[in-house]
Design a protein around this ligand. Structure first.
Ligand SMILES: *Cc1c(COP(=O)(O)O)cnc(C)c1O
Length: 394
């Protein structure tokens, strides 16, 4: 399968991306790049992946017309239902693909790191499916806060390592996972959960998630009474569900809108809006927009939704931002929570808090969107968030 809009051989997307990693990891990154290129060119690999996406994940996910919201706002509004994928979100598209790749490379052991646990659960799922050993690093604070996801991972046979160092959150879990990988690259693959990290991860994750946008092209193709999208809206944490739905539409004239977390408001400083309010720097192995202070120290992100609570973003989004290939906006915690309630009560779908940011932007801009066909990438279901909503949202 040919790759559209590949990065340079150095893994650059314009001024962004690259491979900022310790020398000791270079051989592993080069090996991974070669293995991916060979697998992606192999119809046998695609046949295996496509069969699992169909029978195990449940793809293609439907596209659903939200009739009541459409009528209320005068918008032709559709949801791309990633919430109906196995495990309840898009993340599994990536973890299954990378686990298959690890198997092909002859690596029987998988490591991952996770904050809220969603990527850990998706990784444990893929490892159980393929019979791979799975170790998930998690900050001790997150282990405590996300007990249910920890138990899910353990049920599926993963070992969860609680990291007590530093602030005992995601940053420290990433450091421990890196340390593990440096020592174990011979038999271990590190599954990164979004379009972030050093080359070739942003490319691999994009290629594995672009199935979302490719399905949408077939589902809303302008034929048989089906419209074509005018606007596609997706939330942006690391940027994988958004890049997955945007990529096939790049340069097509469709208005692509990425919605970041404004948290308590951009002015408060407590947010996760790297593209809207950050600046370029190097984070987790690539050059990209990120949240940093004047000294270049990473600033903690904040969002009500764990998936958007990240101080960086995939490097290709940084290129999209600068080139105007997509536009990026931000939505506060309160507006996302309100939109979650609207979707639940109006369409009978409780969305993930992450995805609710997208609907909140649509509702806030309904006047501008009147008469247009708007597709929201419904990245995940909200079951995981219900307890938190009950606590904060009344
Ligand atoms: C993890 C997650 C996100 C954010 O990650 P991206 O890489 O930006 O897609 C968004 N929605 C849901 C439901 C998630 O679980």
């Amino acid at each position: 399968m040919s790759i559209q809009h590949p990065p340079t051989t150095q893994g650059r997307f314009g001024d962004y991306g690259g491979r900022f990693a310790p020398e000791t990891l270079m051989p592993a990154l080069l090996e991974l790049e070669a293995a991916f290129n060979s697998a992606w060119a192999d119809p046998g690999f695609h046949a295996e992946l496509d069969a699992l996406l169909a029978d195990y994940v449940g793809r293609p996910t439907p596209v659903f017309r939200a009739s009541r919201l459409s009528e209320r706002h005068g918008i032709d509004l559709w949801f791309k239902r990633e919430d109906l994928a196995h495990t309840g979100a898009h993340k599994v598209n990536n973890t299954i693909g990378q686990a298959l790749l690890a198997q092909r490379m002859g690596k029987p052991r998988i490591i991952a790191e996770t904050g809220a646990g969603q990527h850990g659960v998706a990784t444990a799922t893929a490892c159980a499916l393929l019979g791979l050993e799975c170790v998930v690093y998690m900050g001790a604070k997150d282990v405590e806060r996300q007990a249910l996801n920890v138990y899910r991972m353990q049920l599926m046979g993963a070992e969860v390592v609680s990291v007590e160092k530093g602030a005992a959150t995601l940053k420290d879990a990433v450091s421990e996972a890196m340390r593990d990988w440096v020592a174990t690259v011979e038999n271990t693959h590190y599954i990164i959960g979004s379009v972030v990290g050093p080359h070739p991860f942003p490319l691999i994750v994009r290629e594995l998630q672009k199935v979302i946008g490719e399905e949408l092209q077939r589902q809303l193709d302008g034929s048989a009474g089906k419209p074509k999208p005018d606007v596609i809206v997706a939330c942006v944490g690391g940027g994988s569900n958004s890049m997955g739905i945007f990529h096939p539409y790049r340069g097509s004239g469709v208005d692509l809108v990425g919605v970041e977390a404004a948290g308590h408001g951009i002015a408060s400083g407590a947010h996760g809006a790297s593209l809207v309010a950050g600046s370029p720097g190097v984070l987790h192995g690539s050059r990209t927009y990120m949240l940093q202070d004047e000294q270049g120290q990473v600033v903690e992100a904040h969002s009500i939704s764990a998936g958007l609570d990240y101080p960086g973003v995939g490097p290709e989004h940084s290129l999209y931002r600068d080139e105007g290939l997509a536009r990026y906006v931000a939505i506060t915690d309160d507006d996302a929570l309100a939109a979650l309630k609207v979707m639940s009560a109006t369409e009978g779908i409780i969305p993930a808090l992450e995805s609710a940011h997208g609907l909140a932007w649509i509702l806030a801009n309904a006047a501008e969107l009147k008469g247009k066909t708007v597709v929201l990438n419904l990245s995940g279901r909200g079951d995981k968030d219900v307890q938190q909503i009950a606590k904060f949202g009344g």
